[in-house]
Ligand binder design. Structure first.
Ligand SMILES: Cc1cc2nc3c(=O)[nH]c(=O)nc-3n(C[C@H](O)[C@H](O)[C@H](O)COP(=O)(O)OP(=O)(O)OC[C@H]3O[C@@H](n4cnc5c(N)ncnc54)[C@H](O)[C@@H]3O)c2cc1C
Length: 253
């Protein structure tokens, strides 16, 4: 029980946390610690928010590290003794972590414009807030179309960073009376850390698995340490600022 952790929500944050914990707890408390990690998620299968192919990889990595899943279940109550689930069962634990999703900053509510279920402001292709064209919104606070097939930007660095570049460019373009650039980002990838098992990397919105284990882990580390790391100085910031420069390179067409 001291090393039992319940993760409430099996999305990307829940998966990465759950799969990191077994080795982290063993390192901290020794091999005798026998950590028990349980992910509670309302989806029908492990990784229900993702493609079946990606979900299967998450299931394999979970099994290898003895991470348990309670699917089709919701957490209904948490206290210092444990959690209560929607099927009436209880899990005794001293530690539970809620990873049940993110919402846009409440600052969005100060703008008199339409917002989506996550509180994000709807923006047009130039990233101007719909109905409030003097305000630009980019990143987690913006509900933006990223291609012509109906895909919407996710609350991720992958979308936030290019959106920031487009919004900055377009704000300056409006002051200089030059043409703005419509935000477009058709390529989509997912890279999920899976603890000691490695990682998984997928391409396209269908999340086709392209890389797994240590190869994908190396890529994940390059992404977090280099690709999404803030620029070191002004020169580097300007060199990275071009909205039309490719941000994510797909390995397959
Ligand atoms: C645990 C976790 C793991 C993640 N892992 C990944 C990943 O692997 N890959 C990926 O692509 N994305 C990942 N993300 C998502 C990613 O971090 C966000 O999508 C991204 O940071 C959004 O950028 P942003 O600039 O819109 O918002 P933020 O990065 O949240 O920046 C907003 C900034 O605005 C400031 N701020 C807020 N309110 C005000 C105010 N009123 N006035 C002034 N400043 C204000 C905040 O202090 C903050 O500095 C992860 C997120 C979480 C929580």
């Amino acid at each position: 029980m001291p090393y039992t952790v319940v993760i409430c929500g099996g999305g990307l944050t829940g998966v990465e946390l759950a799969l990191e914990l077994p080795s982290r707890l063993r390192k901290l408390f020794g091999e005798q610690a026998l950590p028990r990690i349980i992910v509670v998620d309302s989806g029908k299968r492990i990784g229900a928010a993702f493609s079946e192919e990606l979900g299967n990889i998450i299931a394999t990595a979970s099994q290898c590290q003895s991470v348990e899943w309670r699917s089709e279940c919701r957490v209904t109550h948490i206290d210092s003794h444990g959690v209560e689930l929607s099927d009436g069962s209880n899990i005794a634990c001293f530690t539970s972590v809620i990873t049940a999703g993110v919402n846009a900053s409440p600052l969005a509510g100060q703008i008199n414009a339409k917002r989506d279920a996550q509180g994000r402001l709807f923006v047009n292709d130039m990233l101007c807030v719909e109905g409030e064209s003097s305000v630009y919104a980019a990143g987690d606070i913006a509900h933006a179309h990223c291609d012509d097939s109906g895909h919407t930007a996710l609350m991720s660095c992958q979308h936030a960073i290019p959106m920031g570049k487009f919004a900055g460019y377009n704000a300056v373009a409006s002051l200089l009376h030059i043409s703005p650039l419509p935000y477009r980002q058709p390529d989509y990838v997912t890279c999920v850390d899976l603890g000691e098992w490695g990682a998984v990397y997928t391409e396209t919105w269908q999340q086709r698995v392209c890389m797994t284990r240590q190869e994908a882990k190396q890529l994940k580390q390059t992404i977090t340490h280099e690709l999404i790391a803030p620029p070191q100085d002004r020169t580097q910031a300007f060199s990275l600022a071009d909205p039309l420069a490719q941000f994510v390179e797909m390995t397959q067409e």
